[in-house]
Design a protein around this ligand. Structure first.
Ligand code: SF4
Ligand code: ZN
Length: 318
């Protein structure tokens, strides 16, 4: 095998879909450069705009914070790290401390919004209500999480939220939406998404990077790994879709890239032809499809459940 395609140095990684062989330094540079190109191609970050980077504390989001800060802060854009504390005992603390340390090291402000302060209950308490209901814990949690990130972004005065979704996340979600027959959600995959009356846009600067490459980058630049995973994580169909796509990519290098292009094409045709109608939520004013948004609907149901648990029964006991 020859040397690095960039500098002739010691080979470290072969990008199978392009045939490039890269040394560690050229590999790391390529991740930063690909991110810069994605941001510029989709006009994700505007000059002098304040960017909230959604940092869960996992390796992808920590890497995103590092790359974006290196590229855009402090001269061109101000950056703030925003995290969500769902309130899962024994889980989130480690990730939040990783997020806090990196933000400190990079000189970036870090804001944490918790479900407890935003909704009045933690995820632990909310899932007690959800019980055996059909939706997975993650899709239930995700509704609150998206709102919490918007709340955090508005609090810090950011006009755009950058999330660490990578190419694998995009393609998996695209396929899952098709499998669920849920094409109205395809708009969320838009690389530069704004949802009508939400004042913050959502962008995905890692959208053209394979998950494997982000993980390798994180390892090379010393981003810490989280040792505890969420006890409610239930990937179900997603892990089957992931395995299938990985198998196909191994047999046909570049297939995920092609799927990304196809997905983006479908989304642009779809959103042009069938705009999703939304009306303001009667309670919080955020966009909703039926007059009451998912957050307010689920919040009311959880509160009802918590109240009924607190009330003594007719027999005077609990
Ligand atoms: Fe929420 Fe699922 Fe993440 Fe746990 S793994 S915090 S349930 S989205
Ligand atoms: Zn609402």
């Amino acid at each position: 095998m020859g040397g690095c395609s960039g500098c002739g140095g010691k080979p470290f990684y072969t990008r199978r879909y392009s045939g490039e062989v890269l040394c560690v330094s050229c590999f790391n540079d390529s991740i930063v450069e690909k991110t810069r190109r994605t941001v510029s191609k989709y006009k994700m970050i505007r000059p002098r705009e304040k960017v909230a980077v959604a940092v869960s504390g996992g390796k992808d989001s920590l890497s995103l914070l590092k790359v974006l800060t290196g590229l855009y802060a402090p001269k061109r854009n101000s950056m703030v790290a925003v995290s969500v504390d769902e309130g899962v005992a024994g889980y989130r603390d480690e990730a939040l401390s990783h997020a806090h340390s990196l933000a400190n090291e990079l000189g970036v402000e870090h804001l944490v919004v918790s479900y407890k302060e935003m909704l009045g209950f933690s995820l632990d308490e909310a899932l007690d209500w959800k019980g055996e209901r059909e939706a997975s814990s993650c899709s239930f949690c995700g509704v609150f999480r998206r709102r919490a990130i918007d709340v955090a972004a508005l609090k810090v005065g950011a006009s755009v939220v950058a999330t660490a979704h990578n190419l694998d996340d995009f393609v998996q979600t695209f396929m899952m939406n098709l499998m669920h027959g849920d094409v109205t959600r395809l708009g969320w995959l838009d690389p530069n998404h704004s949802d009508g009356s939400f004042s913050v846009r959502r962008v995905k600067p890692f959208m053209e990077l394979y998950e494997e490459e982000v993980a390798l980058y994180a390892h090379q630049v010393g981003v810490p790994l989280q040792s505890v995973s969420c006890p409610y994580m239930h990937e179900g169909l997603r892990s089957e879709v992931r395995d299938y796509l990985n198998m196909m990519e191994a047999n046909h290098p570049g297939l995920k890239n092609v799927m990304l292009r196809s997905g983006l094409d479908v989304i642009s045709h779809y959103s042009g032809s069938r705009e999703r109608q939304s009306v303001p939520c009667a309670q919080c004013g955020k966009p909703s499809s039926s007059g009451l948004c998912g957050v307010c609907r689920m919040k009311a149901a959880v509160e009802e459940h918590v109240k009924s648990r607190a009330q003594p029964t007719a027999f005077g006991g609990g």
